[in-house]
Design a protein around this ligand. Structure first.
Ligand SMILES: [Zn+2]
Length: 290
């Protein structure tokens, strides 16, 4: 009985420590996808004492079509495909890190896979566009060394970019295949502001992407108020991050868009890990010290 009590106590202590200073790895497809969890990341790094790292699978060079304003900023015609594909990998890395600074992202892992073009098809991406074996091998090492509590990745909905789907699938598969003895992070799918409409359950053919129909959707409210006259909220750091992605013209129109950041709990985590996520999101909902 005593041993059981001690084990429970140790578990609760470890849970408290984990949530007091959560360690998070974000796994995305493109530089700018991290905007979907920007406010959550800000609060984790600035108010919970946590650490957030980012793994980005592609260079994001297919975003050249949206670089009209940025062509003036960088002095080259980035909307020209040849120029854009040549210049954007370096530009977008710099923009990503400039944005990440506002929300406290610490380490960046670039996987430099090709950003071919927009597609809904993730099968081809996984089969023949990206070097998936190498990506998974490197991601495994990063997870082993990082000792993460949580992985935030893309929610692989039917309608999202095939690269987003592929990034989510790779993250889920890599975590599920981690060698024994590695700290097993809880994997959550970033669903943008999705709370209404048909509920995401899984991507056909990829059972690892399943979210139980009654699984809790964890929500970070960007509109939590604080500061002088309670006039401030958590959209600001997200806006600052977005503003740094100057080469992505469409991304700039997302300023102040979306009041919520949603996180879906994948069934592969096993129901028992919900408790850790609940503790994290309770902490994230606590009022900021003014
Ligand atoms: Zn993207």
């Amino acid at each position: 009985m005593k041993t059981l009590r001690l084990a429970t106590l140790l578990f609760l202590v470890s849970l408290t420590i984990a949530v007091a200073q959560p360690r998070v790895l974000i796994v995305t497809a493109h530089p700018d996808d991290e905007s979907g969890c920007a406010s959550t990341v800000y609060k984790i790094t600035h108010e919970l004492g946590g650490t957030v790292d980012l793994a980005v699978i592609t260079n994001g060079e297919a975003g050249y079509k949206y670089s009209t304003f940025a062509s003036e900023v960088y002095g080259v015609d980035l909307t020209n495909e040849a120029v854009g594909r040549r210049e954007l990998p370096a530009i977008r890395k710099k923009e990503l890190m400039a944005g990440g600074k506002w929300v406290g992202i610490k380490n960046y892992f670039f996987f430099d896979q090709t950003d071919t073009h927009y597609t809904l098809d993730c099968d081809t991406v996984l089969r023949s566009v990206w070097d998936v074996a190498w990506v998974k091998q490197r991601l495994t090492k990063i997870l082993q060394q990082g000792g993460y509590d949580f992985v935030f990745t893309m929610l692989p909905t039917d309608s999202t970019h095939g690269h987003h789907k592929a990034a989510g699938i790779i993250a889920l598969q890599t975590v599920s295949e981690l060698p024994a003895g590695t700290r097993l992070p809880v994997v959550l799918g970033m669903g943008g502001g999705r709370v209404d409409g048909p509920r995401y359950t899984e991507l056909p053919k990829y059972s690892i992407t399943r979210v139980d129909s009654d699984a809790k959707i964890y929500v970070f409210d960007r509109l939590q108020k604080f500061g002088f006259k309670n006039a401030l909220d958590y959209r600001t750091p997200a806006n600052w991050l977005i503003a740094e992605h100057k080469s992505q013209g469409v991304m700039q129109t997302y300023i102040n868009m979306g009041d919520k950041e949603t996180f879906y709990y994948f069934a592969m985590n096993g129901a028992s890990r919900n408790e850790e996520v609940a503790v994290l999101f309770d902490a994230l909902a606590r009022p900021r010290k003014q």
